[in-house]
Design a protein around this ligand. Sequence first.
Ligand code: HEC
Length: 220
Amino acid sequence: MNRGPLIFLGIFLALAFSWTGIVLTNQIQYGSLTPYYDANEGKAYPDKPSGLAERGRLVYQDLGCLYCHSQQVRRPGFGGDTERGWGDRQSVARDYVYEKRVFLGTMRTGPDLRNIGARQPSVDWHFLHLFDPQLTSPGSIMAPFRFLFEYRQVIGERSPKALKLPVDYARSHGWDRSGYELVPTPRAEGLVAYLLSLKDTYEFPEAKPYVPPKQEVGSK
Ligand code: HEC
């Protein structure tokens, strides 16, 4: 008896079912996600990243920040992300609607960066940290990204963006030549704009901030 058609049908159905389950349903669920329009505020969330931040995303990808940093806040009960202050709520699919390539990451050698824009909004802090993490976070094992800055002669006035290195540090590391300044390159500016754009603080209907359970008075 020729079992060919039956075997073909079996294989076809197995593949069709798995494709429907793994590819098609996800595409239908997530592919149709749109930003959420808040009628009270008259604007949609999440915010669309600026052009500079979009360029910074490429620098983030290029420099491999992903290898040490994740970008996903886990829901309470699945780790201590909210207790660590990495976010007020879990990350949801809608947070990523504008991102063609999502940098969820798998390693957490450093802190999760999904809300770094809300946690650390200071541009100066980020420039110093990228220049030498020891400046802001003594003992850090993050690599310095000094090549994102240019040590150049001051022509005319000093740049308002020039790094404000602590005097002792600049002297002991030889960055204190008079008439010279350290300025962030366009890549550094993009990268920091990107980091500051990372803030998932808006309350989507599907993502409420975490409220810790109330402790009863007198209970242990
Ligand atoms: C070798 C692993 C490693 C790599 C690669 C790395 N980092 Fe880090 N990062 C860390 C560690 C560890 C910390 C925590 C200590 C500190 O603040 O420096 C950190 C901290 C940070 C913080 C501060 C987080 C906070 O909650 O205060 C930012 C912002 C950051 N990194 C951005 C970056 C960017 C941008 C890149 C890529 C250019 C990058 N990191 C690459 C390990 C890494």
